[in-house]
Design a protein around this ligand. Structure first.
Ligand code: FES
Ligand SMILES: [Fe+2]
Length: 335
């Protein structure tokens, strides 16, 4: 097993049409194209003849054709040469599926399970992707602690003056790491609170679980009425996939779902959708900006002065090594 053996989301479906598209994953370049039936295909981008990037070529009759000497390959990688009839040539094929309006790939060597989206009764608000120039571990660190939210976030997170009240609970098992944070919400604009049926005294709950095949975190975010201690109807469920593009670059694929029964019948859906999309974009771009400013991006946590909010950092690293990269953990101090 290696990183390539897990299903990664690599391109939005709408971005793959008649032309081949190169994508990048963990230092590898892979070309995506659609065959005659419109089915997606993924091959190593390196032409097996003399290593031209197949993605510079074009798709003809459902086959990708190399711009250099005209060899063409079908969706299984089977090649044909225009000038040498008995030429036996093939390009390395990847498993490729289209799901959630996104194209996903993995190597053909594994039976890794496809990530499960538990979103019944939720509406899709947005799906988008971002590049962050930082190693996988640092990006995941940022997205699995809330201590940065008072300083860095604009909307989603905790009140900077009441961080001591935030309760952090954690639960880990062999395969995942769960953290639940509950505390006083940051100040939210009145209109936002009104539309979503929230009160300014509400407690914000950010309850997430990180999985490692591939590396992704599912965030369950909701608000609790601090007087009755009951959850509000509004609830966000966000899936964030952390694809390492190289040692120092991560691509996030973000799928945002939401439940808001209060206004489901009042034609405010579009407005809410646009607002949530914008809020998520603001928060992620703020995360990106702060992460790229970190001076020492060495992913090793030895020597860092960690707090009670950082309890996922060690367990995350251990599972990245054991499940995602499939090597033994090297740090004995990472629990
Ligand atoms: S390098 Fe692709 S056909 Fe020659
Ligand atoms: Fe953040």
């Amino acid at each position: 097993m290696s990183i390539f053996d897990h299903w990664h989301p690599v391109l939005k479906s709408k971005d793959l049409n008649s032309k081949p598209v190169p994508i990048f994953l963990n230092g590898k370049q892979i070309v995506l194209f659609r065959d005659k039936e419109g089915l997606t295909a993924a091959l190593d981008d390196t032409c097996p003849h003399r290593r031209m990037a197949l993605s510079h070529g074009k798709v003809e009759d459902g086959r990708i054709t190399c711009i250099y000497h005209g060899m063409s390959f079908d969706r299984n990688g089977k090649g044909q040469s225009p000038g040498t009839e008995d030429c036996k040539i093939s390009a390395t094929k990847w498993d490729c599926v289209e799901s959630y309006n996104t194209i996903w790939i993995k190597s053909t060597d594994s039976f890794a399970a496809f990530p499960y989206f538990d979103v019944e009764d939720f509406r899709l608000m947005d799906s988008c992707h971002y590049i962050i120039h930082a190693p996988l571990e640092l990006v995941l660190d940022n997205f699995t602690e809330v201590e940065h939210t008072p300083e860095v976030h604009a909307f989603l997170g905790y009140d900077s003056t009441r961080m001591k009240e935030v309760v952090v609970e954690s639960e880990t098992n062999e395969y995942n790491v769960r953290i639940k944070n509950t505390g006083p919400q940051k100040k939210l604009p009145l209109l936002f609170r009104y539309v979503l049926g929230l009160n300014k005294e509400d407690l914000f709950v950010d309850d997430w679980t990180t999985y490692f095949s591939p590396v992704y975190t599912v965030y369950d975010q909701y608000w609790i009425d601090s007087k009755s201690n009951t959850p509000r109807d509004t609830r966000l469920r966000i899936y964030v996939f952390f694809n390492p593009i190289s040692d120092n670059k991560v691509q996030l694929f973000v799928f945002t779902y939401m439940k808001y029964p209060l206004f489901a019948h009042m034609g405010l859906n579009l407005l809410i959708k646009l607002a949530i999309k914008q809020i998520l974009k603001i928060e992620i771009l703020r995360d990106k900006k702060i992460l790229e400013k970190v001076l020492d991006k060495n992913p090793n946590i030895a020597g860092m002065k960690l707090t009670r909010f950082d309890r996922s950092l060690g367990p995350n690293r251990k599972r990245i090594e054991r499940i995602y990269r499939k090597t033994m953990p090297s740090e004995s101090n990472q629990s």
